[in-house]
Write a new protein. Structure first.
Length: 229
């Protein structure tokens, strides 16, 4: 079942384009689902945000804070009783801190790199999924590593009779620098050029402080789709 909130009632009415009365209302989706346009409603104002990126894991330096997601606001013309398909983008997960000892031939680093439940920094699911964050391997055997970068947020979207509207996810935060100053790149957000990026999108996750003690950057916030009629 999609998570949503719906409000409305006969106390608030407006005139539809055909002159009949309809009850004003709103519905907000925080997970994917579908929306059926009420009778006598011919336009919807929809505010949509993609998922934020995950914060980068720390190492010699701090992990980077991820980017906010993109936001799209518009009024669209619809047909009563048509169904909109709603996809809500999830936030990217935060990347793991670097490790203090790579092991011989980077064996310890490789074990973390191959275990997505340990390294995290994965992209959020969405209309287009965010990409996983990058990593910095060992400078040499038994050296320290950089932190794993955060994953990108998934995009949100709705599909209706007039087309598909998308709000992109935010880019993940960079990983903390390794011993020679290199940083892993954050994962790109899904549909990352769609909508308008800025403070109006949902927040990206905070980067982790400088550490080799384990832990992660903060996960990005999930997106939403809010419909008003």
């Amino acid at each position: 079942m999609p998570l949503l909130q719906r409000t409305g009632g006969m106390g608030a009415k407006g005139f539809g384009f055909n002159g009949s009365l309809y009850a004003a209302g709103s519905q907000t989706f925080t997970s994917s689902g579908s929306f059926t346009v009420p009778l006598d409603v011919f336009s919807l104002t929809i505010t949509m945000t993609g998922g934020g990126g995950g914060g980068g894991g720390g190492a010699t330096g701090n992990g980077g804070t991820a980017a906010t997601s993109y936001k799209d606001i518009r009024t669209v013309t619809v047909t009563p009783s048509e169904t909109l398909t709603i996809t809500v983008g999830a936030g990217g997960t935060g990347g793991r801190s670097g490790i203090s000892n790579c092991g011989s031939n980077a064996a310890t680093w490789q074990a973390v790199e191959n275990d997505v439940n340990d390294r995290k920094g994965q992209g959020g699911a969405g209309y287009a999924n965010g990409a996983a964050g990058g990593s910095r391997s060992c400078v040499n055997s038994f050296s320290t590593t950089g932190g794993w970068a955060g994953g990108g947020g998934g995009s949100s979207a709705y599909v209706y009779s007039g087309g598909t509207i998308i709000a992109g996810g935010g880019t993940g935060g960079v990983g903390g620098a390794d011993s020679v100053g290199f940083q892993a790149s954050g994962g790109s957000g899904g549909n990352s050029t769609s909508g308008n990026q800025g403070a109006t999108g949902v927040a990206g996750g905070a980067g982790q402080g400088a550490t080799y003690g384990g832990g992660y950057g903060t996960d990005g916030s999930a997106g939403s789709v809010a419909i008003v009629w």
